[in-house]
Design a protein around this ligand. Structure first.
Ligand SMILES: O=C(O)c1ccccc1NCC(=O)[C@H](O)[C@H](O)COP(=O)(O)O
Length: 266
């Protein structure tokens, strides 16, 4: 048996080619100009800064497929999903825009955002400032920065650009070292990915462990592998009240009811 390929490395290599191809169609200068246009901003970080009415805030994800699970839901309609998420009481939404590995698209984000009033994060693999301008142009309210894939210097530049464009940034970490790097870059909204992106194993204890090391001005988000109310309760007992949930909601036949069960509203 050969070694498993490092999927993140494969995704990033492909993403760099994708961005270069986009650049040949629309230059970064032209995109930056478009990104300055007035937008109806929705406040992603603000929606997560305090516990919700029942305690937990859910960032509900629109994810058609993933490298770890393959197809999650055939024929998923992002607009229908977004309406159910809002009805269930989600605080915000996450939409995968990567096409090759997650079968998402920029149109998925636009359709989901247009169908509800929730703030939306563009979930993709940022390798260039170009994609941050792109996120603003497609109407996203926030972007994801994955610490493992970026330098502190790039994250600082990305965070400064987000501020300029009126976007929030969720900075994702999976280890103590990455948390320190995110802090050095100035991250205030910090997502702990419970999924090890090398092995795909999820462990909710990762959030509980890393949260203890966060500073008072950082807001934590528990990401990946959340299946039920017991998982949420366990993490809430440790002081974290924000949860990013994909598969459990996308597989549910009644995502609104599932959100109510997860937050404790049901
Ligand atoms: O989910 C994957 O297989 C994956 C593989 C490589 C990079 C990222 C990946 N997931 C992105 C995510 O962060 C999750 O979609 C998100 O945290 C929700 O996780 P879940 O609730 O377990 O679907």
């Amino acid at each position: 048996m050969g070694n498993k390929p490092d999927i993140l490395k494969v995704i990033l290599e492909h993403k760099k080619l994708e961005v270069e191809a986009c650049r040949t169609k629309v230059s970064e200068e032209a995109l930056a100009e478009m990104a300055k246009a007035d937008r109806q901003r929705r406040y992603f970080m603000q929606s997560l800064s305090q516990p919700g009415p029942f305690g937990a805030n859910i960032i509900a994800e629109v994810k058609r497929a993933s490298p770890s699970k393959g197809i999650i839901r055939e024929g998923l309609d992002p607009a229908v999903q977004a309406q159910a998420y809002e009805k269930g009481g989600a605080a915000a939404m996450s939409v995968l825009t990567d096409n090759k590995f997650f079968q998402g698209s920029n149109d998925d984000l636009k359709a989901a955002r247009a169908a509800c009033s929730l703030p939306v994060i563009r979930k993709d693999f940022i390798v260039s400032l170009y994609q941050i301008y792109e996120a603003a142009v497609m109407g996203a309210d926030a972007i994801l920065l994955i610490t493992r894939t970026l330098t502190v210097e790039f994250m600082q530049r990305a965070l400064a650009l987000c501020k300029e464009l009126g976007l929030d940034a969720l900075v994702e970490v999976h280890s103590e070292e990455e948390l320190d790097q995110a802090g050095a870059a100035g991250a205030k909204l910090v997502g702990v990915n419970n999924r090890d992106l090398k092995t795909f194993v999820t462990d909710i204890e990762t959030t509980i462990r890393l949260h203890k090391r966060m500073t008072a001005d950082q807001v934590a988000v528990c990401e990946s592998g959340i299946k039920d109310r017991a998982d949420i309760q366990r993490v809430m007992d440790a002081g974290v009240f924000n949860f990013l949930i994909g598969e459990t909601l996308v597989r549910s036949d009644d995502p609104a009811a599932t959100i109510r069960e997860l937050t404790g509203a049901a």
